[in-house]
Design a protein around this ligand. Structure first.
Ligand SMILES: C[S@@+](CC[C@H](N)C(=O)[O-])C[C@H]1O[C@@H](n2cnc3c(N)ncnc32)[C@H](O)[C@@H]1O
Length: 468
């Protein structure tokens, strides 16, 4: 019966002694170097191949006979010498100093055995015959290799990539085990082409390497980011973030994560959009988990759509995680309901700053002026123009309007008035921070008393109203 206890030993940077310098020694030395051990050879003469390894400073060689006590300080000893007396001395020395020893091809002088090994990637399979027949061990190893060389190492890679996320997300051992079982099962079915139509991978929800996540960070308050976004943030290897992103969120990232600011500061772009796209591709191709973190929602006036296209065009895996856009997060946090059964049946999000390179400007002020709640991004610098357009197209100069700077943040400033006087109020503040304009009756809700008053004055809604 084979009572050997199978273990895989980590001998990286550990000192290992090989006694002997011939062909057998060379083979053992190469295996030890693959395991990154620090190898010392003691032998009166050495082969050309061992000489070459010494010449390249891969091993240390002492050209002399073995002397009793040489094993001291070594983690392992391998005796690759035919001299029976020396074999016995090495074995006795090693035993007396508790150093594991293997005298090649002399099982009775071994406290550990080397096995026939198949290795590809991180998959390593070792076969032991209890020292009885290394040749049979090799044949068995080759059969295993034929069975498992294709697909399994890659499978191991995939599962290994998901493992840290599973460990983090499932502290409960039982549910974790169950997930791993399903995960391996699904992947094996996939490998053998037995995947059921429409079957999904149980780990598809976990953040993956070599993939870009375009994620919305919310309107400013870090707590307004989604839980999904935060989970990915905690796993990301690279975070490329904009000026609108609250940097408090960066305290959640891994210590080793690379943080790259790609936003706009003091009116100057740090990186052009094309450079950002290229960097996203580059980092994903390095096999990293890349997070493109954008203020608000990535697709609302955020150029997230362009980044998505650029990544898809070159075949990079990409996923978009929505965020709370400023136009929703700011009014809602202020108690301004953009829709309300009695006061607002329509909302529009508008940019006050259309791309000047576009052939035609698309804002149709005639249509906009008929919308109940108008939310304008990037419009503060053109506030006078916007107010003029709305009034010219029929909106009352007394229509409530608000401009909110640094919305949802502790330094938030809320200026309220009417279309007629809001420009003047903003002018007095001359703020440099991002500002959001809201026009519509619902703006009155920002003052709780005023809101009660308008609700009281309004006619009661019909019962079949659909708003919840
Ligand atoms: C380039 S857009 C990005 C919008 C972002 N993707 C979103 O969904 O909120 C920037 C504009 O969003 C508005 N904005 C974003 N965050 C804001 C905040 N905390 N306070 C006020 N306005 C904000 C401002 O109008 C600002 O000029």
């Amino acid at each position: 019966m084979n009572t050997l206890y199978p273990i895989f030993l980590n001998i990286e940077h550990q000192p290992v002694l090989v006694v002997g310098g011939g062909m057998v020694a060379e083979q053992k030395i190469r295996g030890l170097l693959d395991a990154k051990a620090e190898v010392t050879v003691i032998a009166p003469s050495i082969s050309a191949a061992v000489e070459e390894l010494a010449g390249k400073n891969k091993i240390i060689v002492h050209r002399r006979a073995y002397e009793s006590g040489d094993v001291g300080g070594f983690f392992l000893v391998i005796g690759a010498t035919d001299d029976k007396t020396v074999q016995q001395v090495i074995f006795n020395d090693a035993q007396s100093k508790n150093v594991p020893v293997n005298i090649v091809d002399v099982p009775q002088l071994c406290t550990f055995y080397l096995s026939s090994v198949f290795q590809k990637g991180d998959l390593k399979i070792a076969v032991s015959t209890n020292g009885k027949s290394p040749t049979l061990g090799q044949i068995i190893r080759d059969k295993i290799r034929d069975e498992f060389a294709d697909g399994y190492p890659e499978l191991l890679e995939t599962i290994g990539g998901v493992r840290p996320h599973v460990l983090k997300a499932f502290p409960d051992v039982q549910s974790r085990k169950e997930l791993f079982r399903r995960l391996v099962q699904t992947e094996l079915e996939r490998l053998h082409g037995r995947t059921q139509k429409g079957a999904t991978r149980p780990y598809e929800d976990f953040p993956q390497k070599g993939k870009v996540y375009i994620i919305g960070a919310g309107p400013g308050d870090p707590e307004l980011m989604t839980v999904k976004g935060l989970k990915i943030l905690q796993s990301a290897d690279v975070i490329m973030y904009d000026a609108l992103v609250n940097t408090e969120l960066l305290s959640y990232v891994k210590e080793s994560a690379e943080k790259i600011f790609v936003g706009k500061r003091a009116g100057a772009h740090c990186k052009r959009q094309e450079e950002i796209n290229e960097l996203l591709v580059l980092k994903a191709r390095e096999g990293k988990l890349v997070l493109r973190l954008k203020g608000g929602d990535p697709f609302i006036f955020g150029r997230g759509g362009e980044e998505l296209e650029a990544l898809q065009n070159v075949g990079i895996k990409v996923e978009v995680v929505p965020g709370i856009t400023a136009g929703i997060g700011i009014p809602t946090s202020l108690g301004i309901p953009l829709t309300h059964r009695r006061h607002s049946s329509s909302v529009v999000f508008l940019t006050g700053h259309e791309d000047p390179t576009k052939d035609e400007q698309h804002v149709d002020w005639n249509s906009i002026s008929r919308i109940d709640s108008i939310v304008i991004y990037m419009g503060v610098k053109r506030l006078h123009f916007i107010v003029d357009q709305l009034i010219q197209h029929g909106v009352s100069p007394l229509k409530p309007a608000a401009v909110i700077f640094d919305g949802t943040l502790p330094e938030e400033i809320v200026l309220t008035g009417t279309l007629e006087d809001i420009g003047e109020k903003v002018h007095k503040h001359s703020m440099n921070s991002p500002g959001l304009i809201i026009v519509g009756d619902v703006v009155r809700f920002v003052e709780p008393h005023a809101a009660q008053a308008i609700t009281a004055q309004s006619p009661q809604p019909a019962l079949q109203d659909t708003y919840q």
